[in-house]
Design a protein around this ligand. Sequence first.
Ligand code: CP
Length: 302
Amino acid sequence: MKKSLVSITDFTKEEMLRIMDFAAEFEADPCQRILLGKVIATLFFEPSTRTRLSFESAINRLGGRVIGFSDTNNTSVTKGETFHDTITTIANYSDMIVMRHSLEGAARYASEIAKVPVVNAGDGANQHPSQTLLDMYSIKKTQGTLDGINIMMVGDLKYGRTVHSLLQAMSHFKTTFTFVAPPELRMPDEYKQQLYDLGIPYTETTDIGEHINEADIVYMTRVQRERFLDLMEYEKVKNAYILKNAMLADTKPNMRILHPLPRVNEIDTDVDDNPKAYYFNQTENGVYVRMAIISYLLGVKK
Ligand code: CP
């Protein structure tokens, strides 16, 4: 039976840990040609740099082939072809579909249509589960464990899909959360309710300095300009938080700064050379984790 990864909640805790183990094996030995003969479609209805190219790098490194598009302007979508017909057709050409779309629920719908597994590479403000697994891998590598971590999430917690998926995944690991956002971009109630129901502690503040010295992970996010209906509202909050090197002076020695990227200006470039800056290492981890996700879903890794 095919298995897709549309929401991080599609994976059990045990499956997440298996992905961590597979990713570590791929990091130690990235040249395993276990996708020879496989074709994977990357369908990006919305722009991407890291997610598309790290998936394509992962597929190429494992010996598979990639088809797809990064811009629907060169596809029959421009002639009025429906999403249903596009997905049904491409499922006939490929062994797996990796897709990004601006509409929440698009990946779930694709997974119901397609006869091959679907990986959600981001659907609107909803979910970005492969990013979450690479974030978890980055946490495990830098902290030595996933258990009992204090995570401070900063920025656009309303529209940022990566924080929604990460909150759900880390809820399995006795995490303590601090949410730092302007009132307009707070973590949505449905996610806080999930924490409440599970008895998981969280703190909310608008002040980035209030809890930064307690954090093991500071997870910065970009204000998601593309999700705002009124750009005047974006202008009001776009510079809400800018992390600077001087703010890190009294942070914990083990603390690491993650960011799914792209960055606009929420992390000053003077942080980049600080040993606590981990966001570019995080991008490399994405290749190993995406190797792990693909090989797990296709059942090709022994
Ligand atoms: N982290 C992430 O999703 O980056 P891209 O938008 O560049 O894929």
